[in-house]
Ligand binder design. Structure first.
Ligand code: GUN
Length: 297
């Protein structure tokens, strides 16, 4: 194996430590405690695990955490009323509505109801537009985490050929905008792209976020490239047990890449750390302060 392994778990732990220090400074200096409200509708088991982890890590960083658990039968009006209360609450700086929402609820309307200044998911069209026009924005957590890992590994990204594989609103599109903001030459590829292997071969930076287990093969990758694997796919291993794999075939890619994130332990731990970073950013900006350097765009 030739590639360096990018240790996202260690990087996320360091980032949480930096955030906790900044939170302690805010408390001491300004009497300000950043607060995150997480809303969970229904009982989706994976969502329950995420919400529990978010709450725990928020408290560990010294922030205030509140959870609002609503039954799966909750109507749209009731959810919008809760969001309106959280928008108006000065102790709440960040609001996250866990997705997916039950079918009776219009997800776009819910995302649009969260105040853009408290939209720590970065999903509101105002934040999407701010990011796309190079203004200060709250940015979706997973691509923000990928950018931090890339900056840490490569320093200046300007002029690099960056390929984003995947065009979702949550990862692919904001990732492309962030890389463009770093002056990369950005290509977005997806399921209809012709000759994906040749497209990958030009990339100095490859971010894979397609949700297809081990789709990107080592012989597609440019030698020495930096590979960020956002995929988290549960597959059955040769022993019949479930295991997690990324969108990149790790074994063959690690022979060719210069550096690569593993799954698990790569991008995954960065997502919640960046949610904390966004909550800190939102709390600072709500009080006329700059967000700490490197945590926000
Ligand atoms: N469900 C899965 N990922 C996410 C995310 O990043 N934000 C929210 N709100 N829900 C999710």
């Amino acid at each position: 194996m030739g590639a360096d392994i990018i240790d996202g778990k260690a990087f996320a732990a360091k980032l949480r430590g930096r955030i906790a220090e900044a939170v302690a400074d805010l408390k001491r200096g300004k009497g300000l405690v950043p607060g995150l409200a997480v809303v969970l509708v229904g009982e989706d088991p994976a969502s329950q695990v995420y919400v529990r982890n978010k709450g725990r890590q928020t408290l560990e960083a010294g922030m205030a955490s509140e959870e609002h658990r609503l039954p799966a039968t909750t109507g749209q009006a009731e959810l919008l009323a809760l969001i309106a209360r959280l928008n108006a609450d000065p102790a709440v700086h960040g609001i996250l509505v866990q997705l997916p929402l039950p079918a009776q609820i219009d997800t776009a309307a819910v995302i649009g109801a969260v105040s853009p200044e408290k939209d720590v998911d970065g999903f509101h069209v105002i934040n999407v537009g701010r990011l796309a026009t190079g203004q200060k924005a709250l940015v979706p957590c997973t691509p923000l985490g990928c950018l931090m890992l890339l900056r840490d590994r490569l320093g200046d990204l300007s002029g690099a050929n960056a390929l984003v594989l995947g065009r979702s609103n949550i990862v692919g599109k904001p990732m492309a905008q962030l890389l463009l903001g770093e002056s990369c030459t950005v290509t977005i590829a997806h399921s209809r792209t012709r000759d994906l292997a040749a497209t990958c071969a030009r990339a100095d930076i490859l971010v894979a976020a397609v949700g297809r287990p081990e789709m990107v093969k080592g012989d597609w990758i440019r030698p020495g490239a930096t590979v960020i694997d956002v995929g988290i796919n549960r597959v059955e291993g040769p022993d019949g047990k479930a295991r997690l794999v990324g969108d990149v075939d790790f074994a063959s890619a690690a022979e060719v890449a210069g550096a690569i994130t593993p799954v698990p332990g790569g991008v995954g731990p960065m997502t919640i750390a960046c949610l904390l970073a966004n909550t800190l950013t939102a709390a600072c900006r709500a009080n006329g302060l700059e967000a700490p350097a490197g945590l926000a765009v």
